[in-house]
Design a binder for this molecule. Structure first.
Ligand code: BGC
Length: 350
């Protein structure tokens, strides 16, 4: 058997008759696998082996396509054109105002708008190398889609490597100036999806600063020190230890990572103390949105299991939120002729 393999299978059919395919990439030596569907370029599963031939699902997902069409959590999805919140769903670029889609029942723009990249069909292509299996998903976002200017050619490339890394590469090219900030919205529970909360996980984040948000979670443009706050994870802490000291009773915060990030630099590590399972995050991006599933509720997930509030955490690598409004943040604007390129590695140790 080759070390790395990929198995496509039919996942379901959209109401308009389009077929959705699931790709399962496997490291046949270690037993780790990841699955991706081309609806929303969504990561549907990350599995690692346990004792005595057991297999453990570490991300929240669903078994059926219709469940992906009908939920508000963004399980595993690719988020774009711009992840996170854009206050008033508008921005000004060089004197011109742009109006983006407001999500249903919301006065602002969240995760690319009402029909973001998480809700479209992507074209997919598989490739296998000796040390990795890859699925490359492509999507052409039309000029004016969700209010964004320019035709944007986007790629999300998922790889599973022989070192048990889930690597995600995002790329984009445009024909007009447009903001771009892509991320992956996987929800992790290292004890196993549906196995209680993540409050006993131990987190370390190598960041001295975070982006301030107001009571509606909209960025204010300020970046402050983590020192003396419940957001200071420079030394490891249990997630539950100070969670009630956060103003919203949960973590939903973007860390401003040290500058000159390259992919060899570890930005966060999180461990589940009972199993010892550990996730390391490496990224090229200046920000890490850390979210503890505060708006999750008792909800059915794959395998007949149920998740709950704090049932998983997200590590969304991205630009600093509010960058379309605050020139002191790294520019989110992609110009014609430029390439948006973002790489993140989620490395599992068990
Ligand atoms: C945001 C949360 C939001 C959630 C939606 C996260 O990326 O930080 O504020 O509620 O996405 O699933």
């Amino acid at each position: 058997m080759p070390e790395m393999s990929c198995q496509p299978s039919e996942f379901g059919e959209l109401p308009d008759g389009q077929t959705v395919t699931q790709y399962t990439l496997r490291n046949n030596l270690s037993g780790m696998s990841i699955s991706i569907i081309n609806y929303g370029a969504t990561l549907t599963s990350v599995k690692v082996p346990g004792l005595g031939g057991t297999v453990h699902e570490l991300t929240l997902g669903f078994d059926h396509l219709n469940e992906y069409l009908d939920h508000d959590f963004y399980f595993g999805a690719t988020i774009g054109r711009v992840a996170n919140r854009i206050a008033t769903a508008s921005y000004n670029y060089k004197g011109q105002d742009f109006y983006l889609s407001k999500n249903k029942g919301y006065s602002h723009h969240l995760h690319g708008g009402e029909k973001g990249f998480d809700k479209v069909i992507w074209q997919s292509e598989v490739s296998i190398q000796s040390d990795r299996a890859n699925v490359e998903l492509s999507y052409i976002s039309s000029d004016g889609e969700q209010g964004y200017p320019g035709t944007l050619k986007v790629k999300t490339i998922y790889s599973l490597t022989s070192a048990n890394e889930l690597k995600v590469i995002f790329e984009a090219e445009t024909d007009r100036v447009t903001p771009v900030d892509l991320t992956n919205h996987a929800y992790w529970n290292l004890a196993g999806a549906g196995h209680g909360t993540i409050l006993d996980h131990v987190l370390q984040v190598f960041a001295d600063q975070y982006v301030v948000t107001d009571q509606d979670l909209l960025p204010t443009g300020q970046i402050v020190e983590v020192d003396g706050t419940p957001f200071d994870f420079r030394q490891p802490h249990h997630l539950g230890e100070r969670i009630n000291d956060t103003s919203i009773g949960g973590y939903d915060i973007c860390y401003a990572l040290p500058t000159a990030i390259d992919l060899s630099r570890l930005v966060a590590v999180i461990k589940e103390p009972v199993t010892g399972r550990t996730l390391e995050v490496y990224t090229t991006e200046p920000g890490l949105q850390f979210y503890t599933g505060n708006s999750l509720k008792s909800y059915p997930i794959s395998g007949g299991l149920t998740t709950q509030r704090f049932g998983a955490f997200c590590m969304e690598t991205q630009n600093l939120p509010g960058a379309v409004h605050y020139p002191q943040f790294p520019s989110p604007f992609l110009l014609p002729g430029e390439l948006y390129h973002h790489e993140t590695i989620y490395r599992l140790i068990w």
